[in-house]
Design a protein around this ligand. Structure first.
Ligand code: HEC
Length: 223
């Protein structure tokens, strides 16, 4: 029984508890389709993607059963207009476009490794323009961090997501690559300033990573 519980993914535990005695007596139970550790990682990634509103921008809202789940923008209404035009509609704008996060090899994340997706979420580096290497510093030119980083366009909220623990970011990358069906949907490239948003992502504007120690000036530690 204990062994059973360990071998079974978390979501199925309650079912197993109810059915295990009968199942043991009758026929051999169906094997999980993947090793439990892999299944757990994919479910963790799925939970994080749903609860962090990735689908609100990338397609499908909070519903993995929705058509176009994470397949990227499909209508101009999902495009963001960033820059002076926000105040004056006729002024200049950068149009930025939520990309296809399904593992399609031509138009989605199929072209990139899980490490490139990890680096996008932790460091905001565009997977298509950043080498597939382990990065150990957030300082340009150090620890494999590109000297001239090509950052993801705003408003992709990587500056918040980067604070998730490593394991969670790896789980998201695993889910996007291995837990979602590929959808072919070519999203036109985002527009942006020549510095690829570097001036929008300074420590002064987005805060340090890792975050400062608790409690910071505006925080309280109550016992
Ligand atoms: C507020 C809207 C918004 C939300 C929420 C959002 N994204 Fe994005 N994301 C974008 C935009 C816009 C881009 C395109 C950036 C660019 O073109 O440089 C993008 C790009 C990406 C890319 C790069 C894909 C590529 O092919 O270059 C990844 C990976 C990604 N998002 C993952 C996520 C994940 C995972 C979540 C949820 C945890 C998420 N995004 C939530 C707007 C969003």
């Amino acid at each position: 029984m204990t062994r059973w519980l360990r071998l079974t993914s978390a979501g199925a535990v309650s079912v197993v508890v109810v059915l295990s005695i009968a199942a043991f007596a009758a026929a051999p139970a169906a094997k999980p389709s993947r090793a439990p550790a892999v299944e757990d990682t994919l479910l963790r990634g799925r939970f994080l993607v749903i609860s962090h509103v990735c689908g609100d921008c990338h397609g499908g809202g909070s519903n993995p059963a929705a058509t176009g789940w994470l397949a990227g923008m499909t209508t101009p209404r999902q495009e963001f207009r960033i820059g002076p035009c926000a105040a004056a509609p006729n002024d200049a704008c950068f149009k930025t476009r939520p990309r296809n996060l399904t593992p399609d090899n031509l138009t989605g994340l199929g072209r990139f490794s899980e490490r490139q997706i990890f680096n996008a979420l932790r460091y905001g580096l565009r997977p298509g323009e950043t080498p597939d290497v382990e990065i150990t510093s957030a300082v340009p030119g150090q620890g494999n961090f590109p000297a001239h980083p090509k950052y993801l366009a705003v408003p992709m909220p990587w500056t918040s997501w980067r604070h998730m623990p490593d394991q969670d970011l790896w789980a998201i990358a695993a889910y996007l690559k291995r837990g979602v069906k590929p959808v072919r949907n070519k999203v036109e490239d985002s527009e942006g300033p020549p510095d690829f948003w570097a001036s929008a992502y300074t420590v002064e504007k987005i805060g340090p990573y890792p975050a400062v120690a608790f409690p910071a000036a505006s925080e309280n530690r109550q016992q």
